[in-house]
Every structure is written in C-alpha cells, then in structure tokens.
Design a protein around this ligand. Structure first.
Ligand code: SAH
Ligand code: SF4
Ligand code: F3S
Length: 471
C-alpha cells in the first residue's frame, strides 16, 4: 500500500491564490459582489472542509448567503457513508435545476466523498448537465482553479482522479464559529472496515505535522476559541506516518500545555489503536474533556471479525473498563451498525447486551447500507429489511432508556459548562462531556465557562440554571 504523503508545494498553492485574485478582479470589473452558498452533508470532516471552501470563496470576493436561491456559486459538499445520504444529495441537486433556471449564470459544484465514487461522477456527467464542476476531496485545494476554469472557459470541470492523498497547509478557512473550532489533524483512513466507503473516497491515512497543528491551535486560542475538536477518521493512529513526530497522546498533551482556558475534544477513536496511554493522558489534564466517542459497531466478536475491526467484544469491554477506571466521570458515546450481512438474532442480542453493560450516554445507530466496491456489499445478506428495522427500533428503545436514566442522574449536580449560543429565547451550553444544556440567561455570557446547576433532563438534553456563584 502506498502510504507516502504528498505535501502540496507552496508554489502550487500560490497558483491557487493567483486564481482567487483573477476571480476577484473578474467580479470587480463586472461591478458587483458575488454570492456563494455551501451546503454540507455528513461528518465533521466535511464541516471542516466546507470552512476551507468558504475561505477560498471569500478570498475570491464572494459573500456567503444562507441558501441556493440567487447565489452565484452553489457547492454541495457531499457524504457517501450510506445510501440514504446519497439519495438526499441527488434529491437536492435535482431541485437546483429550478434555482439555476431563475438565475442562469449560477455555477453549481459537487464535491466531498460522493465525488470520489466513479459511478457518481459518471452519473453527474451524463444526467446532470447543469452541474458545472465535480471534484473529489483530493482536489479540494484546487477549487479556485476549478472555479476560474468554469467562469473563464465556460466548460464543465471534472477533477476526480483517484490519488493516495495529499496535505495542503495554508488554505484559508472561514470558520462557522470563533468559540468552537474543528482542527483536522489527519486525513484518510487505512482500516478498510468491510462495510465502509471512506478509505476509497478519502485515500490513505496521512498526518499533519505536529508543529503545524500546534501553531493553528495556538492562534485559535489567542483569538478567543474555547473548544477545539481534533478531527480524523482514526485519531489514535495519528503520527504513524511521520517518524519522530510523536503519537496522538503526545499531541494531546502538547495542545493541553498551551496557555489559556479551553477544552480539547477529539474524534474518532478506533478501539483497535486506543489504549492506556491515551486514557492516562486524558485523565492527566483538566483541559482534555472527559468525553470519548469510541465506536464499537457490533457486540459480536464474529461480526466484528467479518467487519475487519481488529478487536473483539472482550477487548473492547476491557478498554472501556480501563478508561472508566481512570476517568470515573467519562461521558461515553459510540456508533453501532445493525443488520450487517449475516448478523443472526443472537449476534444482535450480543449488541443489545453490550450497550446495557457499557451504559453509553448516547449512541449513533445505523442500519447496514451496502456501499458499491466494499467487501460487505457482496456478502450474503439473507436478513429481510423488516427484520433489520425491528432490530434497529429495539436497539433505539433500549438506548433511549439508558440515556434518559443517565441524564436524570445529572439533576441537582452543578457542572462547569461552556455557554455557546442562544436558541428560541434560551441559552445553550455544553457540559465537559458534551451534553447539551438549555437555560435562561443573558446572551452576554455566551463564550464563557460557568457553573450551571442541572434542573431537568430528557433523553436528548438537559435544562439548568446558572449556579449561585458564577466564575
Ligand atoms: N472513522 C470512524 C467512523 C466514520 S463513519 C470510525 O471508524 O469509528 C461513521 C459511522 O458510520 C461508522 O462508525 C459506522 O457506524 C457508520 N457506517 C459506516 N459505513 C456504514 C455502512 N455502510 N452502513 C451503515 N453504517 C455505516
Ligand atoms: Fe470507515 Fe473503518 Fe476507517 Fe472508520 S476506521 S472510516 S469505519 S474504514
Ligand atoms: Fe460521509 Fe465522507 Fe464523513 S462519507 S461520514 S462525509 S468522511
């Protein structure tokens, strides 16, 4: 497997900035400020990529608008993880024929994980003639060039060549929030879980240099950021491709050593590579939030093997036991797939018993969705859809009871929270474990840490009030 990482040369990036200047001059001579709309599907990696797309667009002179109607540029940053995600994109893409009819100069782009699937690019090429450009995640750094070619040459652009993957440092980012920031620490995935499309569309694992990540974190904290979430498909294998750079735990400790009052979160941890060093590092610093998203996918060791997950039920449970022993207040969340090809009723029951045993705060539950080109898509799958839905509903019912029970346990506790927004007349805040709290209060407190007493709980969120003595 080719694991050599290509770092995009500064001169190649400078050529992109030159395209931004040309686009900006183009609009200047047209005498108006152009507008752009970026729609994001899927996970936090895509959210982070959209901040780069918006950064580039801002550099080209575009102002962001909240919907596609009338926008000069529309970018659909897509997700390919399940069939449902793709259907949603195709549906919304279809609706853009109308926005484009009303505004014929509108330029429409599709990028993200679906753009990395050869069949999607072909379908767009043939059946969606009003889409002006398609580019996979490997080509995001070339977006200004793609946009310029569309504007200047008036031809459709397809930047979809498959590549092992590269790293581009220095793409401008227009961040959604100054308070909470995503920081990608690595890209791609080498794990090839048999159900998953990600390694095919995002390429091989590659880590950013620690010095670049630390510089980004420092600058975010200096400009008022209070919560940094480190992103990667498997953050625990961070640094394996960079000799002498240190591992993920070292990186966490170095970020925690930066001056300032802030929380660090991260996702996603793969149980295969998570271990004592990580949990000890988390336990050692108050800046590292005691929150862990540790997907288990199935409670059956046979299914885990068929998924190519490289751990078994006992190994997973031992990991969780250790993590809880060094962080008793740990908030634990996870992902699980029901109806993997060949999953039997008793294997499904092993999943139910695992969630009862671990007691997750919350769970992301998915029904297996076959993805073209992955090994699981061609495995024998005799379980009827209706049976999979029944298993899914049962799992959700069990988990909802657990979440409700854990949330009720918060009532009466006073927790340090980050007040992060205002919605429907109430403030929103997050506990260290990432639980949502709604409370009355002055929006002036947004952006500060404060002790909040929890007064009520539902399955999904908590309610509270500021504690008597504020920080
Ligand atoms: N890198 C992360 C997960 C990224 S995808 C990890 O390994 O934990 C997020 C979740 O989507 C996965 O954890 C899995 O539960 C789910 N998922 C991925 N492929 C899927 C598929 N083909 N069908 C159903 N769920 C899937
Ligand atoms: Fe997909 Fe597995 Fe990689 Fe996660 S670790 S992105 S589930 S292949
Ligand atoms: Fe979807 Fe791609 Fe993320 S497939 S879940 S957007 S890595």
């Amino acid at each position: 497997m080719d694991t050599k990482t290509t770092v995009i040369a500064p001169s190649a990036l400078a050529a992109q900035f030159a395209c931004c200047d040309r686009i900006s001059a183009y609009w200047h001579s047209a005498g108006r400020t152009p507008t752009a709309y970026v729609e994001t599907y899927g996970c936090q990696q895509n959210e982070a990529d959209s901040e780069k797309l918006r950064g580039y667009l801002a550099q080209c002179g575009y102002t962001m608008v909240p919907d596609a109607e009338g926008a000069d540029v529309v970018v659909m940053n897509t997700c390919a993880i399940r069939e449902h995600a793709e259907q949603q994109v195709f549906g919304n893409l279809g609706a853009l024929t109308h926005t484009k009819r009303r505004h014929p100069e509108q330029k429409i782009f599709l990028c993200g994980c679906m753009a990395g699937e050869p069949q999607t690019a072909q379908r767009i090429q043939k059946s969606y003639p009003y889409v002006d450009g398609v580019f996979s995640t490997h080509h995001l750094w070339q977006f200004p060039e793609i946009l310029w070619n569309v504007l200047h040459q008036g031809t459709r652009q397809f930047y979809i060549a498959d590549e092992p993957g590269s790293i581009a440092e220095g793409i401008p980012q227009l961040r959604d929030s100054t308070l909470k920031s995503w920081v990608s620490i690595m890209y791609g995935c080498n794990n090839f879980c048999t159900y998953c499309i990600v390694p095919y569309v995002r390429g091989r694992e590659r880590s950013r240099k620690k010095a670049d990540i630390l510089a980004e974190c420092r600058s975010l904290i200096e400009s008022g950021c209070k919560e940094i979430t480190l992103l990667g498909q498997n953050v625990n294998s961070y640094g394996k491709d960079l000799p002498g750079n240190g591992d993920f735990s070292d990186l966490l400790a170095d970020i925690a050593a930066i001056d300032g009052d802030f929380w660090i979160r991260f996702m996603t941890s793969h149980p295969r590579d998570a271990g004592k060093k990580l949990f000890d590092t988390m336990a050692s610093s108050p800046k590292i939030a005691k929150q862990l998203h540790l997907p288990f996918q199935s409670g059956s060791s046979r299914v885990l093997k068929a998924m190519n997950r490289h751990y078994d039920r006992e190994g997973y449970l031992a990991l969780v036991d250790y993590a809880k022993s060094v962080m008793p207040q740990l908030v634990l969340t996870s992902d699980v797939i029901v109806g993997f090809p060949g999953e039997t009723e008793s294997e499904f029951e092993e999943t139910v018993s695992l969630i009862r045993q671990v007691h997750y705060d919350s769970l992301f539950t998915f029904i297996f969705s076959p993805r073209a080109g992955t090994p699981a898509a061609s495995m024998d799958d005799p379980t009827p859809k209706a049976e999979k839905s029944r298993r899914f509903d049962r799992l959700c019912t069990v988990q909802n009871e657990i979440s409700q029970q854990i949330h009720s346990g918060y009532i009466g506790q006073t927790l340090r929270c980050l007040v992060d927004g205002c919605e429907n007349g109430l403030l929103t805040a997050r506990t260290e474990g990432g639980r949502l709290v709604r409370l009355p209060g002055d929006p002036a407190s947004i952006g500060s840490f404060a002790p909040i007493t929890i007064t009520g709980a539902t399955t999904w969120s908590l309610t509270g009030q500021f504690a008597e003595t504020e920080e």
